[in-house]
Design a protein around this ligand. Structure first.
Ligand code: LLP
Length: 422
């Protein structure tokens, strides 16, 4: 469900025409809908009712401060994976005690900064890390709340590059190691390990792996309590998939996901936390680009747009499918062609859609790459010295540029000539 619809023949974001934004901002740009972000957060939260979980939005999905603040103002906590994300969340006004710090390679400097600002807790992924955290916390005279990220060795059935919960993945501690590591943590000064964390992967569209992993977490809560550990929280990570291909691939509704949570953990008397990223942000954003040229190669048509792999790398990196919609509704229902939508970057892998049956686009047409609000702008780069893509947020009839297009000077002047070249 999202708020990008045709009105008077033109694709709108809520009440704003995308033609209007394109004229002011130029193309390409990302456009986010406040109403969709808010709705997704609320649907997820409401699915759990009186379980009243802590929902820590996974900032990595979309870290624009306007997005963070929109969600933070609704009461969301944040899941961050670097000092940079932590600083962004704080800059967007999220209270530190609603922020959890995850990630497999936190440095001592990052731990120290997070302890100084007083974050809620750390998701810890190894024995070496908990020892480092203990030493940093002790030096600062603080206590770090810790959840070990437990790797349940469950195959989430998703793309291999976004699967994290199998034994061979780099993430977390082995399930069998958990009792030993909670015992170790109990001996360490400056550490209070009162929670368990897991996250098995992203874009998961089947509830069975969740059921399996959550059941294992419930069993672990009982086992750790039997060892006299106080376990008050279980953080179930993120991972719920979104419909990338319209009605052809509908992932489970948050209500069904919540049912699995109740079934597996409801009786364990723990506070539940989540780290959803994609299901909050993906459908709340689109990438708008303009066709520069078209060309035909045999039966195939290439639509060469001004949006490229440096703006949205998901198709190239994960073979990801994103629907492509024309901004002018009149193109729908007209003739269709088998089309590759490509960008100007000098790589064969520079495409946004491949071998797709699409309306017959013409030079100058605007098109939307749908479901691009998560892992879109955050993974954008400047390859081929293309300026970092701007971001726009819409709220009903208003819109604002929430990250302006980088200028060529800003981009190029990041370099310094070495003294011997001056
Ligand atoms: N928690 C942890 C520990 C994670 O590693 C992730 C995502 C999340 C939560 C949020 O997962 P979500 O609810 O968004 O599925 N760049 C890739 C996705 C990478 C996901 C990394 N971890 C993509 O574009 O598909």
């Amino acid at each position: 469900m999202h708020h990008f619809t045709y009105r008077d023949g033109v694709l709108h974001a809520e009440g704003v025409s995308l033609v209007t934004i394109a004229e002011e901002v130029g193309t390409p740009f990302y456009c986010y809908s406040t109403a969709t972000l808010v709705r997704h957060y609320q649907v997820f939260r409401d699915a759990f009712g009186d379980l009243d979980p802590l929902i820590c939005y996974a900032v990595k999905a979309n870290s624009n401060q306007a997005v963070i603040k929109t969600l933070g103002d609704l009461g969301a906590g944040m899941d961050v994976v670097s000092e940079g994300e932590l600083r962004r969340a704080l800059a967007a006004g999220v209270p530190a005690d609603r922020i959890i710090f995850a990630g497999v390679g936190k440095t001592r400097a990052e731990m120290s900064f997070a302890l100084e600002v007083g974050i809620r807790g750390f998701n810890v992924e190894s024995e070496a890390e908990v020892e480092a955290l203990s030493s940093v916390a002790t030096e600062l005279g603080k206590t770090a709340r810790v959840a070990f990220r437990v790797n349940p060795d469950v195959d989430p059935g998703t793309h291999e590059k976004i699967s994290t919960g199998k034994a061979e993945d780099k993430f977390g501690i082995a399930y069998e190691e958990a009792p030993r590591l909670y015992a170790r943590a109990a001996e360490l000064p400056g550490i209070n390990a009162d929670a368990i964390h897991m996250h098995i992967g992203s874009q998961i569209t089947d509830l069975a792996p969740f059921h399996k992993a959550f059941t294992l977490m419930g069993e672990l809560v009982s086992a750790l309590r039997a060892d006299n550990h106080t376990i008050t929280h279980v953080d179930l990570g993120g991972g719920l998939g979104v419909p990338y291909a319209g009605t052809n691939d509908i992932p489970p509704h948050p209500d069904e996901y919540a049912k699995v949570v109740r079934e597996t953990l409801g009786r364990h008397d723990v506070k539940i936390a989540f780290e959803p990223g994609r299901m909050i942000a993906a459908n709340a954003g689109i990438l708008i680009a303009r066709v520069i040229y078209t060309k035909d190669a045999g039966a195939k048509r290439f639509v060469i747009g001004d949006g490229a792999m440096n703006d949205l790398i998901r198709p190239t990196l994960y073979e990801a499918y994103h629907d492509i919609w024309p901004v002018a509704e009149e193109r729908c229902g007209g003739p269709e062609r088998i089309t590759d939508v490509v960008g100007p970057v000098c790589e064969t892998g520079d495409y946004l859609a491949r071998s797709r049956k699409l309306p017959e686009f013409k030079a100058g047409d605007l098109f939307a790459v749908m479901t691009a609000g998560a892992y879109g702008a955050v993974q954008a780069g400047t390859y081929n010295t293309r300026r970092l893509v701007p971001e726009v947020m819409v709220n009903r009839a208003d819109y604002a540029v929430v990250r302006p297009r980088q200028t060529y000077d800003e981009l190029i002047n990041l370099d310094r000539l070495a003294p011997w070249l001056e």
